[in-house]
Design a protein around this ligand. Structure first.
Ligand code: DOR
Ligand code: ZN
Ligand code: ZN
Length: 431
């Protein structure tokens, strides 16, 4: 069944055009005036954007489905206008072999409302698995420990990971935090009997991220492979990216753009994540230097309320975000913090290019019919009650926003229009 999206303002080839879009057999068949399909959506007064690609989510399959599963995670994505997610490998068990990767693929197949790709985990001794892995978004290296057991804290091992990834032709995505510094500042905090969640911002202070990012940058230059720095949050990391002069790519999360360290006083462990929330100056530096940042992402990392209610030392790090990514950025566009073309580039074209999602990330004839229709005038208040993610809470509870995704189309099928559609998402990579 073909689908015509009529009378909207369509973002195509870098600008908005008043025209129609015809989707057929999962692809964009035509962009032009007066198009008719078996079904139609009237997008009058709305924007028709390329579907958002979130390059960094944790949907918790396999092993932690009590926090999120692919039905709830992909529904949250669909509700938020996200049509492709790239999922991280810190599962239980972590995805560090081809066998585990294939098992994960089987577990997800047929369950997702949105398209997806999978990142592959690096360890100190899975070099062959890294170079041989197929159909992956990237090789993810955790330089500092975070949720899960993925960790490559030794510089020699990290160097080997970069080499193995180069042989396999893979992008290396790093969680850039220096493990020795985390350990030192953790010991200091424990010795001082700290227990307030705000201590998290001091344990994982800026230098922790800055040091690791510069190490990753220098290794990738030496080895000569593609580096993507995940969730940059500090002025130090911006300096690293600036000095690399376009050689490396990076992303910033919504929570680092919207929240600050002081919000931890209000939110406690509900704002505990790695890397942590930063100062006002760091947050403003992300906005001011956004030309250096390739992608907006979420690092959607749901944990249950029960887990977050534990004391600081036992509460896991991570916050959900996939359903609020686009609404928060539409609001930012409405407030003049960024332009629409900038936002679209960071949320569709750039992640598609960096993570090689061929034929996605733009509204063009022949491309996948992955589309977000949004109402820039509609207002909404984000509430815990409305959260679709299994965790049932959001760090943005109570925030009033202008700009709402109204329809999400994946492979030419409507997966959200107030109601949820079928699980039509497919793996975006071939292998
Ligand atoms: O806060 C975080 N949560 N940072 C990570 O690196 C992992 C994530 C998770 O999986 O919960
Ligand atoms: Zn991370
Ligand atoms: Zn993450």
């Amino acid at each position: 069944m073909s689908l015509a999206i009529r009378n909207g303002k369509v973002f195509t080839r870098g600008r908005l055009v008043s025209t129609d879009v015809l989707c057929d057999k999962g692809r964009i068949k035509k962009i032009g005036k007066n198009l008719k399909g078996d079904k139609a959506i009237d997008a009058s007064g709305r924007l028709v954007l390329p579907g958002v690609i979130d390059p960094h989510v944790h949907f918790r399959t396999p092993g932690e489905e009590y926090k999120e599963d692919w039905k709830t995670g992909s529904r949250a994505a669909a509700k938020g206008g996200v049509t492709t997610v790239l999922d991280m490998p810190n599962n239980k068990p972590s995805i560090t072999t081809q066998k585990l990767l294939d098992k994960k693929r089987k577990a997800i197949a047929g369950k997702s409302l949105v398209n997806y790709g999978l990142h592959f985990g690096a360890t100190a001794d899975n070099m062959e698995e890294i170079s041989d892995a197929t159909g992956i978004a990237s090789v993810k290296a955790h330089m500092g420990s975070s949720t899960g057991d993925l960790l490559v804290p030794d510089t020699g091992d990290l160097y080997k990971v970069f080499h193995a990834a180069k042989i396999g032709g893979h992008v290396v995505a790093v969680h850039a935090e220096n493990n020795e510094l985390i350990n030192k500042f953790t010991r200091d905090a424990k010795r001082a009997c700290e227990g307030d969640p705000i201590v998290h911002t001091r344990i994982r202070r800026n230098i922790v991220a800055g040091e690791a990012a510069s190490l990753a940058a220098i290794i990738s230059k030496e080895v000569g492979n593609r580096l993507h720095i995940c969730h940059i949050s500090t002025r130090q990391e911006l300096d690293v990216v600036r000095m690399a002069g376009g050689r490396i790519t990076c992303e910033a999360t919504t929570h680092h753009l919207v929240l600050e360290d002081n919000d931890m006083r209000r939110l406690g462990n509900y704002a505990k994540m790695n890397p942590p929330l930063r100062s006002h100056e760091d947050r403003m530096a992300l906005w001011a230097n956004r030309k250096l940042i390739s992608c907006w992402c979420t690092d959607h990392a749901p944990h249950t309320r029960e887990e977050k209610e534990r004391d600081y030392w036992h509460a896991p790090a991570g916050v959900p975000g996939v359903e609020t990514l686009l609404p928060l950025h539409l609001d930012a566009v409405n407030k003049g913090m960024e332009t629409l073309p900038e936002m679209v580039a960071r949320m569709t074209t750039n992640p598609a290019r960096i993570f090689r999602l061929e034929g996605r990330g733009e509204l063009r004839e022949g491309f996948a019919a992955d589309i977000s229709i949004v109402d820039m005038d509609a207002k909404q208040t984000i509430t815990n009650e409305d959260v679709v993610s299994k965790c049932g809470w959001t760090p943005y509870d109570g925030l009033q926003l202008q700009g709402v995704p109204t329809h999400t189309i994946v492979n030419g099928e409507v997966v959200f229009d107030g109601e949820f559609g079928a699980a039509v998402g497919v793996e975006a990579y071939t292998y």
